[in-house]
Design a protein around this ligand. Structure first.
Ligand code: F6P
Length: 504
């Protein structure tokens, strides 16, 4: 397990490195702009503006080696029970790659291939049916990945079928999504690994009632019995499996909304991009491994520099949902404070991940990033070649992206304290050649592997999420109280329910 002592060499390095301003670290080592970079397929990453020097980076790499990153990745891909608390493998890689020779990974890969054939048939059937709109009902991992990919990859005015997403239990969400849709030309996808999620079952019921006809309702689930109980025949159920975590599931039939929006070939290109990243991450040693480098940088910022939040700033309107997606991927995976064996983690784990698209966010929270008292490391994500016709806009976008990265790192002196920029804000630059399905697949897979490797360092299980259960349980017990049938036990809740009752 990760005793604080294993990370103490990082703190010693940090004490030394932080004596030197980041701009001087870069100026003193002009080659780092070209050396602290990696290219993997359609993606270029620069770590030149992180707040470490080569000696500290070497310590970080040795840390990754000492945690046996290579072996832990091999274990993940081979289908070892890395989700120890639930005694399951986490074989999302088998949904897109066939890189290892273990029985369980091969079988899983075969199941995933078969499911893709079924997906293709559903996509064809939906297209042939003359449906114009599809409503995808799901939440968390059954929503955020498809929502991001559909938003990112659907070209303006080019949607074969419009895909809408409904996640929130708030009835206003359903009301808004359904307004303007024609029930006779709409199909519904109910996506839920467990088929027991309150939001999805309630919204599924709303959709079914609104459609008035069950024949265009499909389910994607690992719980076929519950979906059948809900009234969906097996012929319209696509599989999920307990060996894929919800937040790692967009590569499975959970990605059906993506396949409907951009076509099955586009969906498979997304998988190919992820597979390319898988091959890189599995085969390259720590020092040339993008996910390892990204993960170790996260550990450096959290545990050596004590930075408690992390921003992700996509400079592309089509990636505006990337921060939302990463919030679940990273914080549900790493928001833990006990080791796999139940003992307490002695160091800080996940920072708060947040963000939003540039350039909009330059005019909202960037002031705090430039001059606030907290240093927030940033992942910038840019796209080199645009698909929109407005060249001047893209030039402006790229110049803003580059400028902000430079300003955060270098800052600027001034005699006037109000106009001083301290700099020293570390950031990583991730550039995609173009926003293709392949590039998006590679980007997301990189983050997945980085998260896993961070969990290895912190000794936590990246694949369970017991923290979300308590609130759900209490909500279930409070439902009758909200309806006025019972009284809440908790005095504060009881008073609030009384107030709600008075104003209703
Ligand atoms: O928020 C908890 C959670 O279990 C997530 O991990 C999951 O992605 C989401 O709920 C939805 O779960 P399901 O796919 O079972 O409806």
């Amino acid at each position: 397990m990760t005793g604080a002592h294993r990370l103490s060499p990082l703190r010693a390095e940090a004490a030394r490195v932080t004596q030197t301003p980041l701009r001087d670290l870069v100026a003193d080592d002009p080659d780092r702009a070209r050396d602290l970079v990696l290219r993997v397929g359609p993606m270029h990453a620069s770590f030149a503006r992180q707040r470490y020097d080569r000696a500290a980076l070497d310590t970080l790499f040795r840390l990754g080696e000492s945690f046996d990153f290579d072996g832990r990745l091999q274990a993940l891909f081979e289908g070892e029970l890395v989700n120890v608390t639930e005694r399951r493998p986490a074989l999302h890689t088998a949904l897109r790659s066939d890189l290892v020779d273990s029985q369980v990974a091969r079988v899983s890969h075969g199941m995933a291939r078969e499911a893709r054939e079924a997906m293709r048939a559903v996509v064809d059937a939906i297209v042939a049916s003359g449906v114009t709109d599809v409503v995808s009902v799901g939440i968390g991992g059954s929503d955020l990945g498809p929502r991001l990919a559909v938003d990112a990859l659907t070209r303006a005015g080019d949607a074969r079928i419009r895909v809408h997403f409904l996640s929130n239990v708030d009835g206003h969400a359903a009301h808004r999504v359904l307004a303007g849709l024609d029930p006779s030309r709409t199909a519904a996808l109910l996506i839920s690994k467990t088929f027991g999620t309150q939001e999805t079952l309630l919204n599924g019921g709303v959709l079914r009632g609104w459609l008035g006809d069950d024949s265009r309702v499909y389910a994607i689930t690992a719980n076929i019995a519950r979906a059948a109980e809900f009234g969906i025949p097996e012929t319209r159920i696509l599989p999920m499996w307990d060996w894929v975590g919800g937040r790692y599931s967009m590569w499975s039939a959970v990605g059906l909304p993506i396949a409907i929006a951009i076509g099955m070939d586009g969906f498979e290109a997304l998988l190919d991009g992820a597979a390319e990243m898988d091959a890189h991450v599995l085969r390259e040693p720590v020092r040339r491994n993008l996910a390892a480098w990204h993960a170790l940088t996260a550990v450096w910022n959290r545990n050596a520099l004590d930075l408690a939040s992390q921003a992700v700033l996509p400079y592309d309107e089509r990636l505006r949902l990337l921060p939302n997606y990463l919030q679940q991927l990273v914080m549900e995976s790493l928001g833990k404070s006990v080791h796999i064996d139940g003992s307490p983690v002695e160091v800080d784990t996940v920072p708060v991940w947040w963000g939003g698209p540039g350039t909009d966010t330059q005019h909202s929270f960037f002031q705090a990033l430039h001059q606030g008292t907290s240093t927030v490391p940033c992942d910038f994500v840019g796209v080199i070649r645009a698909d929109a016709p407005y060249r001047d806009n893209h030039d402006a976008l790229l110049s803003n992206l580059l400028a902000q990265s430079e300003a955060f790192a270098n800052g600027q002196d001034s005699d006037d304290p109000h106009r001083q920029y301290p700099g020293g804000r570390p950031n990583t630059m991730l550039l995609l050649d173009a926003l293709t399905p392949r590039a998006l697949g590679a980007l997301i897979a990189m983050y997945e592997h980085s998260v896993y490797l961070q969990s290895v360092v912190w000794g936590v299980n990246a694949f369970d999420q017991f923290g979300v259960e308590l609130g759900k349980q209490i909500a279930n017990t409070l439902l009758p109280a909200v309806r006025g049938e019972t009284e809440a036990d908790d005095a504060v809740t009881r008073a609030l329910i009384e107030e709600i009752g008075r104003q209703r």
